[in-house]
Design a protein around this ligand. Structure first.
Ligand SMILES: [Zn+2]
Length: 288
């Protein structure tokens, strides 16, 4: 529902926008995607786009522009206008078009490039591949997404988003995957805590308080109880091997039934984590 509004006539007006206005359009789009996933504003944009299997606004505009140019080329009056636009120097629209051609064809500027169905297919594929590749590389660079970058290897809509009907469980799983939660590995970023100091506050061990440790390894009794329940629920479907948490996690997320049960586990775990911090805050307040 959001995209048809954002993209209406975008192939005409978007190339002419300045950087600030392009940023405004991007923010509007991403904020709506965040609402769909129900994740917070700190969640990394490439992760949001990858999780939903959608492309950035600019990529979508480029794809629309290729299709629009083909329509113009097939209409004699529009073709004159199109050629005029493409050959006019220092025109934002022709500059955007030429950059697009360079990205698709990896060749020097061709002002009168013939636009046919083959070109549309090849250009669209190339633009989508480039965009997906950039996003997958971006998530590898982000510390907050170290687990997500291992789980996410392709640009596609995640099945759990349509398979898990309970909003709270689905949201919990999204927040777990996308690093939008209150584990110390993430909150430490906002308090400028050194990464190596973000150790687990539940077992007071030497492990970092991140998703893999807390959800698969931590010896905190309440976590272990919930983990035992999960293990019993899924043991007929998959082999739960806590010595290899990433493989176990991948297996859990592969099937609709086990991903639903894992989402329930994540939801219950976040409840325990939130309650622990609330309790700790109360004690701190009383001591002060
Ligand atoms: Zn721990």
């Amino acid at each position: 529902m959001v995209m048809p509004i954002v993209m209406y006539g975008a192939e005409i007006w978007y190339p002419g926008l300045n950087q600030q206005l392009k940023k405004t359009v991007k923010s509007f789009y991403v904020n709506n995607l965040r609402r769909i996933l129900r994740v917070g504003s700190q969640t990394a944009i490439p992760a949001i786009l990858l999780e939903l299997g959608v492309f950035p606004v600019e990529t979508q505009v480029k794809i629309s522009l290729v299709k629009f140019a083909e329509k113009m080329q097939n209409n004699p009056t529009d073709k004159i206008f199109l050629n005029e636009l493409l050959t006019t120097k220092n025109n934002k629209w022709s500059k955007f078009w030429n950059e697009l051609l360079l990205e698709c064809l990896q060749e020097p500027i061709i002002p009168q490039q013939e636009i046919n169905q083959t070109f549309i297919y090849e250009a669209t594929t190339k633009l989508q591949q480039n965009s997906a590749q950039i996003m997958l590389e971006q998530i590898k660079e982000m510390h907050s997404l170290s687990m997500y970058s291992v789980l996410k290897s392709s640009h596609q809509f995640e099945d759990y988003l349509s398979q898990i009907s309970c909003t709270r469980k689905r949201t919990a799983l999204s927040k777990f995957r996308l690093g939008n939660n209150i584990l110390r590995i993430h909150t430490g970023t906002y308090t400028d805590e050194a990464r190596e100091s973000r150790k687990c506050r539940f077992c007071n061990g030497d492990d970092l308080e991140d998703e893999i440790h807390v959800f698969f390894e931590c010896s905190f009794p309440e976590f272990q109880s919930l983990r035992n329940i999960l293990q019993k629920q899924v043991q007929s479907e998959i082999y739960v091997d806590y010595a290899h948490p990433i493989d176990t996690l991948k297996s859990l997320l592969q099937k609709g039934t086990t991903s639903g049960l894992f989402a329930e586990y994540v939801f219950q775990m976040f409840k325990v984590i939130n309650a622990s911090f609330k309790q700790a805050k109360k004690i701190k307040t009383v001591l002060i």
